[in-house]
Design a protein around this ligand. Structure first.
Ligand code: UD1
Ligand code: MG
Length: 452
């Protein structure tokens, strides 16, 4: 098997994106367009060349991958010229796989077929049959064999009626490619060096062009504007959702579910509508996520119930816990087994013990909370003195009455009870009732102020 080089064309500016970013840095799911292509290329090729032009520095900085060979195309003189920029670094005895930085959803299986064909016949071309071929180069065949590619702008009416078009993706023996690129001219409607002209040259040379016809339009779809970008994003999400469902995930509506990252799950998990999963998320078995939740980089156990409108980031939720509705679990938080985090509760950088309950309207930050602690409504850990953050420790079995403030650093002892409405600034001993409320009084002879 010959060495395989990927040559990824990425010199275009992408004017129609109306963006300060080069086109290939627009994102689809959680990666730039170029990264999607790079992932495919790196799995198949020993070397990857990226031909850059507009915004090259920005592209290289963003991608930041030392294994890539960056090749500059100073002036964009056509696809043939772009490929030629990489050739000085490429061995004749190899296969060059030509890809495009703005065609992100090309699949491994298709490229493998193309490479295998190129290894046999020297030149393999990926085409597709389109209902509307407008804009593309048309594939000219004689007795079924590919003869040439004619660009839209150079084609006559008969040729324009052909529905088989060039995707641009091809695999070519590098020695042949070098020879043909050297012979390209610019005698065409766009005065460009057309890569597509190498097909007729190879045919003239007696070569048979191996043909692979792509089955899926999305695989070869390029992205030129935000409308096409959104369309491909939908395709990507839809394909991913189908895979998840085949693997056993219940999605109430696959068109209202987005995963921008990696999701793993056990059996019998269910995700309701408008849920966004980001980063690296794992669900155990029999875990359910209600509508409108955002879950990012989280490890969620078995039998967990996440109720609607909850946001979870960088957290571990252990088996049987219940979160939400309207809960926010912030980074570096662990929620213990069977714990309950209720509505309008925010938890940050805390460890919440098994069976603990924080049911309503609380802020818990920088806290170590033991098992079976019960936090009343509206309790706040005052973790910040304006300069530094301090820890609150609430030991096993403690009960903190509603609307209390725990001024950190502070320790609430095992099985301690804090009376409702207390401001606790000193440690509360285990097993005792601690409260800081002033004594309630009623004034008999008090008069309500009247209007002046
Ligand atoms: C090209 C093909 C056409 C095919 C179509 C598929 C040629 C001559 N035509 O046409 O047959 O149907 O793609 O989409 O190849 N690029 C560079 N440097 C350049 C020119 C282009 O890097 O000098 C890059 C662009 O950024 C783009 C890609 O190559 O990603 C294709 O270039 P573009 O000008 O869009 O080609 P088309 O005219 O669409
Ligand atoms: Mg063009």
């Amino acid at each position: 098997m010959n060495n395989i080089n990927a040559i990824i064309l990425a010199a275009g500016k992408g004017t129609r994106m109306n963006s300060t970013k080069p086109k290939v840095l627009q994102t689809l799911s959680d990666k730039t367009l170029l990264e999607h292509v790079l992932i495919q290329a790196q799995q198949l090729c020993s070397k990857v060349y990226v031909v850059y032009g507009f915004g090259g520095e920005q592209v290289q900085q963003t991608i930041n991958d030392a294994s890539i060979n960056w090749v500059e195309q100073v002036e964009q003189l056509g696809t043939g010229h772009a490929v030629a920029q990489a050739m000085p670094q490429i061995d004749d005895d190899s296969i060059s796989l030509i890809l495009y930085g703005d065609v992100p959803l090309i699949e491994q299986s298709t490229l493998k077929k193309l490479i295998a064909h190129a290894q046999e016949s020297g030149v393999a071309l990926l085409s597709i049959i389109l209902e509307n071929p407008t804009g593309y180069g048309r594939i000219l065949r004689k007795n079924d064999q590919i003869q040439a590619i004619i660009e839209q702008k150079d084609a006559n009416n008969e040729q324009l009626a052909i529905s088989e078009v060039n995707t641009g993706i091809m695999a070519v023996n590098s020695g042949l490619l070098r020879i043909y690129l050297g012979e390209l001219g610019t005698n065409n409607a766009q005065s460009e060096f057309y890569l597509t002209d190498i097909i007729a040259m190879a045919v003239n040379d007696g070569k048979i062009i191996a043909s692979v016809i792509a089955e899926n339009e999305f695989e070869v779809a390029g992205v030129n504007d935000k409308i096409q970008l959104a369309k491909l994003e939908r395709t990507f999400q839809q394909n991913q959702a189908i895979q998840f469902m085949q693997d056993g995930l219940t999605l109430k509506d696959p068109s209202r579910f987005d995963c921008r990252g990696l999701l793993s799950f056990g059996q019998d998990c269910e995700i309701d509508v408008n849920v966004l999963v980001e980063g690296d998320v794992s669900l155990g078995y029999n875990t359910t996520i209600a509508p409108n939740c955002i879950i990012k980089n989280a490890k969620i156990g078995n039998n967990v119930v996440i109720l609607s409108n909850s946001v979870i980031e960088n957290a571990v939720i252990n088996d049987g816990a219940s979160i939400g509705p309207f809960a926010r679990i912030r980074p570096e938080t662990t929620i213990g087994e069977n714990a309950k985090i209720g509505n309008f509760v925010e938890v940050k950088k805390s460890s919440i013990g098994k069976n603990a309950k924080i049911s309503h309207l609380s802020y818990v930050g920088d806290t170590l909370m033991g098992e079976a602690v019960n936090i009343g409504a509206g309790v706040i850990t005052c973790n910040y003195d304006g300069v530094n953050k301090h820890q609150t420790i609430i030991e096993e079995g403690a009960f903190v009455g509603s609307d209390s403030q725990l001024i950190a650093p502070v320790n609430i002892g095992k099985n301690a009870t804090i009376g409702a409405g207390s401001t606790i600034s000193k440690n509360a001993p285990a097993g005792q009732l601690t409260l800081s409320r002033s004594k309630q009084m009623s004034l008999k002879n008090w008069n309500k102020p009247g209007k002046k």
